[in-house]
Structures are given as C-alpha cells and as structure tokens.
Design a protein around this ligand. Structure first.
Ligand code: CP
Length: 321
C-alpha cells in the first residue's frame, strides 16, 4: 500500500504517468465515471480549505465513488482530544482512501504509520502540499509542453508557503530548471529547502526582492499569498501582506508566453484586472486540481485507466485481425 505524503514519494516517471492519466480524464471525463464504484474517500480536514477538499470530493464523485469526512477539527472528535493515530485507525474501518489536511507539520505522515488505507497529504502546516504540486505540474506542462527548461519565479511568502516548498522539490528533479525566489527578507525560502534541495543538487537559483526587475526572465510566475494563519503576530502580517501586488502594468516587461500561476486563495497579491490576461492560468490550475486528484485516487487504489485499457484492447483486436 502506498501513500502520498511528500512530493518525492513518486518518481518522475510515475508523475509523468499520473499526468498522462489526468490529461485523458480532462479529454473524456465520462469514460471514468464508474472507475471507483463501491469505493469511499474520507476527507479529514483539520484546517480550512475550499479547493483541496472540494476537488478531492468532486474527484471521487466523478469516478463514481462515495465521500465522507469532516471539514473542521471542531466537528470531529479531535475537539475531544482524540489523536490522529486513533482517528485514522477508525477511518480505516469506513473508507478505502483518505486525504488529510492538518495545521501540524508531519500529521499526515504520522497518520500513514497507523493507517490501513492510503493516506494523501492534503497540506500539513507550512511544510508540504504535494497534491497542489501535481496541479501545478499539470498546468505548467499544458502551458509549456514540458516540465524542464524553464525559469520560474516564485513570489511572496516563500517561508510559510507549503505549495512553494513542494513545487521546488518536484521541479528541481527536471533538467534546465532555474528558480528565481522573490520575497522580502523575512519570508525567504527556509534554509532546509535551499540546502537539501537546491545546493545539494546543484540547481541554479537566485534570490531577489524586486519582482519587476526579474519579470522579463520568467517563463512561469508563481504568486503566493502571505500566510496569515502561520504568523506569530498580526503586526508583522499587516506589514508584509501587500509586499507584492501583480497588476497589468507590472506585466509590461513579461514574455508574451509567460504563465501566471497561483495556488489560490488569493487575497490581494494579483489584481482582478490581471484575470483576463491570457497569461493568467490560476483558474485552469483549480480545474486541473480535479483531474490530477482523480488520477491520484486511481493510482493509489491501483485502478487502471479505462481509456488506456480501451486503447490496448483496440490495438490487440487490430493485431488479431
Ligand atoms: N490551494 C489550496 O490548497 O487551496 P485551499 O486552501 O482552498 O484548499
């Protein structure tokens, strides 16, 4: 049994295969509507979510399966003091697979050690968010036709932004990727990511504070929200929250083919005036979140793509004839 806790739990080849299935789903969702009949997904969300929880639930429903779960810690027995270990042992009796979001770093990993069903990390504190990364990779591959040979600018809260940590880890495995890390001093990428991922693998990167100065170099601009919920004091959050606001005039120097990504939710960091720019890809990302999560559920439950099976049967029939 496999889990998805860290973006590196899957090889590059497995990620490519998963994205291929996600592309098949995007092309023909109807073909997948019975793949998970009789299966149940549990969504265990100890922290707020719109996209991740609802896209996981949409994914399982689109596959013909069932969903159950809780959307806040307060509405579960965590409010009475139940441990993650006991919760997952119980949920293993009710569901075939689960997605867990938790404010504590490492909680989904701990759950996976006690679980009898695959556990998916749906975001743990300021640590990792591997399924957002699958969404980001699908969107980058759609826009750029490949995952290597890009210069990507990650902008905003690079310290607490778990989507950033997971995306750096994943993209660092591809040839020709250069990172431009744009943040104020206080919100720089944590040292462990710089040392263990970028330095260790000799991946080129630079740190910058001014988004406009580097705009003309970027193939991808990945904007992020300043993570209010991870700050220790309101004063620091208020001082830093509007450091970067992407507006149409700031895009003047950007390449025509650049893609603007954002994991969402956005607060103020991308003006709504940018939404109609053809480079804006953040609502495509939200849509792709459903397709990659459908493909992920199938992969962890070891369910084959009916499209691939159909294509194989068709090829075999041709051979026999
Ligand atoms: N991108 C993302 O994780 O969004 P939610 O917090 O709404 O799930």
């Amino acid at each position: 049994m496999r889990h998805l806790i860290d973006p590196l739990d899957f090889t590059v080849e497995e990620i490519e295969a998963l994205l291929d299935v996600a592309d098949e789903i995007a092309a023909d969702r109807q073909a997948f509507r019975q793949v998970c009949q009789g299966k149940t997904l549990a969504t265990l969300f100890y922290e707020a979510s719109t996209r991740t929880r609802l896209s996981f639930e949409a994914a399982m429903l689109n596959l013909g399966g069932n969903v159950l779960g809780f959307a806040t810690a307060d509405s579960s027995s965590a409010a009475k003091g139940e441990s993650v270990a006991d919760t997952i042992r119980t949920v293993s009796c009710y569901a075939d697979i689960c997605a867990m979001r938790h404010p504590k770093e490492g909680a989904p990993l701990r759950a996976s050690r006690y679980s009898r069903i695959p556990v998916i990390n749906a975001g743990d504190g300021g640590h990792q968010h591997p399924t957002q990364t699958l969404t980001d990779l699908m969107t980058i591959r759609q826009r750029r036709k490949q995952l290597g040979h890009i210069t990507i600018g990650l902008c905003g809260d690079l310290k607490f932004g778990r989507t950033v940590h997971s995306l750096i880890k994943s993209l660092a495995r591809y040839e020709g990727v250069k990172f431009i890390l744009i943040s104020p001093e206080e919100l720089r990428v944590p040292d462990y990511v710089i040392e263990e991922v970028l330095w260790d693998k000799g991946v080129p990167f630079v740190e910058a504070e001014d988004m406009e100065l580097v705009m003309d170099q970027l193939d991808i601009l990945y904007m992020t929200r300043v993570q209010k919920e991870r700050f220790f004091n309101e004063e620091d959050y208020v001082r830093l929250k509007d450091t970067y606001i992407l507006t149409p005039d700031k895009l003047a120097a950007a390449k025509p083919g650049m893609a603007i990504l954002h994991p969402l939710p956005r607060v103020n960091e991308i003006s709504i005036d940018v939404d109609d720019d053809p480079r804006a890809a953040y609502f495509e990302q939200a849509q792709n979140g459903v397709y990659v999560r459908m493909a992920l559920i199938m992969m962890l439950l070891e369910l084959a793509s009916p499209v691939a099976a159909g294509a194989r049967t068709g090829a075999l029939q041709k051979e026999v004839r």
